[in-house]
Write a new protein. Structure first.
Length: 143
């Protein structure tokens, strides 16, 4: 097992962001292989000046997990631990990396049986024990 197990993510998706107290936001996400097929690149664009565009680079680890390097238009740089088993996609940031860890984050997305929808939620925690919903994040495959 390796980076090839991320093949179900490849392609173009519509992203839907559900932030409490804000308008429902929609954007575009593209997952594509870097030449050589050893890295998966994720590009996100949301046409709202208050929401950053992003670029992520995902690489496989020897233990079957992944690491996601995250960069956004605010200049934020983070590293997330990632798992993907074809049904559940997780991202977590629970330790300092390039930036201080002011709060911990995790995302859990569930993939539909047909592989065309990923429905998930980002959570945040100040102490690593008590988690609160930050915002919903769903993806719908575009044909």
């Amino acid at each position: 097992m390796g980076i090839e197990q991320l093949a179900p993510l490849a392609g173009e998706w519509e992203m839907s962001v559900d932030i409490p107290g804000a308008d429902h936001l929609r954007g575009r996400v593209v997952f594509e292989w870097m030449s050589g097929n050893q890295l998966l690149i994720e590009r996100t664009e949301i046409p709202d000046p208050n929401v950053p565009d992003g670029l992520c680079v995902v690489a496989a680890r020897d233990d079957g997990t992944f690491v996601q390097h995250y960069f956004d238009s605010r200049g934020v740089v983070r590293v997330y631990d990632m798992t993907f088993d074809g049904q559940t996609w997780t991202l977590s940031r629970t330790k300092e990396d390039f930036t201080p860890l002011h709060f911990q984050q995790r995302y859990t997305g569930r993939i539909s049986v047909d592989g065309d929808v990923i429905d998930g939620v980002w959570e945040a925690s100040d102490d690593g024990a008590n988690w609160r919903r930050d915002f919903g994040l769903a993806y719908r495959r575009q044909r």
